[in-house]
Design a binder for this molecule. Sequence first.
Ligand code: MLT
Length: 272
Amino acid sequence: MTFIPKNITANGINVSYLDEGTSTGAPLIFIHGFPFNKEMWSTQLTALSDNHRCIAYDVRGHGGSEAGAAQFGIPQFADDLFSFMDALKIDKAIVVGLSMGGYIALHAIEKNDARIAGLILCDTQCAADTQEGRDKRKKTIAFIQKNGLEVYTEESLKNLFAPASLQSKKEEVSFIKNTILDSKPENICLTLQALADRKEKCTMLKDIHVPVLILVGKEDKITTPEAAEKMHREIKGAEMGIIDGAGHLSNLENKDGFNERVKSFLAKNFKS
Ligand code: MLT
């Protein structure tokens, strides 16, 4: 289904977002991974908006949201989330974050847990980059600055999707390919630096006291099932689901499996 994007000013930038469904309960706010945009959540908006207000927005410098003048960083993106919620007059939300979206969600709950009603952490992790990871991001930035996005995109696809999905999920693969190719190289480089600079959020997991669902693609090579299991061990009462037939983009590679886990978690923990 195609949804019509809306725009709102938050933290001094124009933010593009989708806002579907109504409910009296806390809305769901979806935060995409890197370097994607709100459209990656279309299937979830279709599946969940009968019972929940579902909002998916573009992180600063992604999709239709402006980059603005502020330095990119995961703490900045978490501040942006709260400003976006302020602009929409949302006091509390259930935050669904995939990969970078999960990093933003963890920074946000650490900063102000009164505004987070629940978390759905998908294909993400609490650890910071290792030195090797930071060096790799630095090389990638230099590579993109010299060569543009084409080779980077092809290499990314191999890591993002499970091998079988690369063959069988042509539509999803081409959607992600076009999303990366349509991105501004300078914003991709700024975000790569923001990812490299992020701080670990493993030591704060024991302080999370809201319902949490952790989902991970069985074949996720970027944020592995082991990394998900570590968060599961640390967050009291968290539920965890391994999504079969999926790599790093579990919500796209196994939509039904992903949506069913989310629906059952929401039904158990939240009124719609
Ligand atoms: C993402 O999907 O957001 C990225 O893979 C996160 C990362 O590179 O750490």
